[in-house]
Ligand binder design. Sequence first.
Ligand SMILES: Cc1cc2nc3c(=O)[nH]c(=O)nc-3n(C[C@H](O)[C@H](O)[C@H](O)COP(=O)(O)OP(=O)(O)OC[C@H]3O[C@@H](n4cnc5c(N)ncnc54)[C@H](O)[C@@H]3O)c2cc1C
Length: 476
Amino acid sequence: MIIKKDKDLILGYLEDASNLEGGNVDILYVPETEEEVKEAVCECVSKNIPLTVSAGGTGTVGSRIARDGAILSVERLNKILSIDKENKRAVLQSGVIISDFLEALAKQNLFYPPFPTERTAFIGGNIATNASGEYSYYFGSTRNYVRRIKVLLSTGKFLEIERGKIFADKDGIIKIGELSVKIPSYTSPQVKNAAGYFSKPQMDLIDLFIGSEGTLGVITETEVEIIDDLQSRFIMVIFLPDEQRLLEFVSEIKNNPDLKPVSLEYFDKNSLNFLRSDFHSIPDSSEAAVYIEEEEGENTLGVWLNLLDKYEVIDTWISQDKKRYQELINFRHKLPEKVRDYFKEIKSHKIALDIAVPDESFEKLFYFYKHALDNEKIKFVLYGHIGENHLHLNFFPKNEKEKTIVNDICSKAVRKAVKMGGTVSAEHGIGKIKHKYLEVMYGREGVSEMARVKKTFDSHCILGLDNIFSRELVLY
Ligand SMILES: Cc1cc2nc3c(=O)[nH]c(=O)nc-3n(C[C@H](O)[C@H](O)[C@H](O)COP(=O)(O)OP(=O)(O)OC[C@H]3O[C@@H](n4cnc5c(N)ncnc54)[C@H](O)[C@@H]3O)c2cc1C
C-alpha cells in the first residue's frame, strides 16, 4: 500500500468540483487490495482519526474533501473483474473509472445505462452518490443497476450485500448478522433523488448504502447490471422563442407514448449566452432551447416534424452525421464544464440548486425561479434535466450582498420544493454544503434518525464525517 504523509502530495485529494477548501489531513492511504483497505481502516480506528474515502473527485458538494484525519483513495482498486455478456452483469472494483468501464463494454457491444455524465468519476463514487447521467430520463439513476456491493465497515468486517436478500421488516428493522438497524421513519420522495439516506417501508438494505456519501462503509467491489449496446442515436437541439412555449412543448413530448427520448434537457437564455462564444450559430432571438436524444429506428420523424411546426421553433440543429452528432454532444457537455470553470475563475464555492419536484408542480417551481431572478440583477444559469423536472440553478454572486439575496432565494425554493413533495438534491447529494436543506426536507428528527443509522454501521464514527449531517450528531 502506498502511504503518503507529505502535505503537498495530499493537496490534490483535498479538492473537488465544489471548490470547498480542504482541511488539515496528515495521511493518505492508497491501498491495492481489500486487505490493505482493512489495514488502513483499522489503523484509523486504533488511532481514533477520521477517514474520508476519495474517488474521482468530481463531486460538487465537497463530500470527498476531508476536514482532518486521513484520506483513503480507492484509485488502485481499479480492476474490471468480469463482464458476463450472457447474464448482463459486470463485477468491478470500486476504483474503476467510468470511461474505462464504458470502453470495455463497448468492445463487446454492451452498455451501462446510468451513463454518468462526468466519466472521470469512479463506479464507487457513483454508487456512494447515486449518480445519474445523460440518459437518466429513460433509464433512471445508478441505484436501479446496482445488484451487489461489498463494503468494509469500520469494525473491520466486510459485508456482502446482494439486492433482493435483506429487507426491513414491518417495524422498520433490518437485521444483518449481529447488527440490527432501524431505518429512518420518513419515506424518500418519489422523484429523482440523492438527498440523505434512502428510506421506504420494507426497503432493501442495499439501498441504504447507495447514496450514503461514504458515511457507512468503504465500498470495495460491486456487481452491476448492463445491457446490450443502444442503437445509434440522433440528437436535435431545438431553439424556442419563449419559455411558456418550451414548457408546453416538453410536456407534449413527455405525454406522447410514441416518443421515447433517452434524454430531454433544457437550456435557458443565460445558458445559451454562456455557450455563444463556442457555438456562434445559437439564434439571438431564442429565449430557451431543448436538447433531445433518441434512438434511431423509432420511426418518429413525422411526429417530431409536426411538433416543430406546431411550436413555431426558431431553429433546429439535427445530427445528420457522426461529426454533427459529436458536435451536439459537445454542446450539451460544454455548459456544466464552463460553469465549473467559471466558479473556479471567480474563486467562489458553488452556490447552486439541484431540486426536483413531481410533474404536476414543475411549472410552478419554474416560474418561482424566473420571478425571483427577474427581480434581481444577479448572474445565473438555469439548465438541465427538464424531462425529470430537475434543473440546475447556478448563481454567480459578485459580493456579500448578492450572496445574501441568493441564499434567501435558495431557502425559499427549497421550502417550496419540499412542500410540493420534491427533493433538495436530485443528483449531487448533500455533502458538506447542503445540511440545512436536508433538515428542511426531513426535519431535525429525520436527520437524527440518519445519524443513528450511521452509528450502527460505523460504530467507531470515523467515516465520511460531516457528510450529509454534521459530525456533532454522531460524536457528542
Ligand atoms: C462537469 C460535471 C458534471 C456532472 N454531472 C453530473 C450528472 O449529470 N449527474 C450526477 O449525478 N452527478 C454529476 N456530477 C457530479 C459527480 O460526477 C458525481 O457526484 C459522481 O458520482 C462523483 O463520483 P466521484 O468518483 O468523483 O466521487 P468523489 O467526488 O471522489 O466522492 C464522492 C463521495 O463518494 C464517496 N465515495 C467514493 N468512493 C467511495 C467508496 N468506494 N466507498 C464509499 N464511499 C465512497 C466519497 O467519500 C464522497 O463522499 C458532475 C460533476 C461535474 C464536475
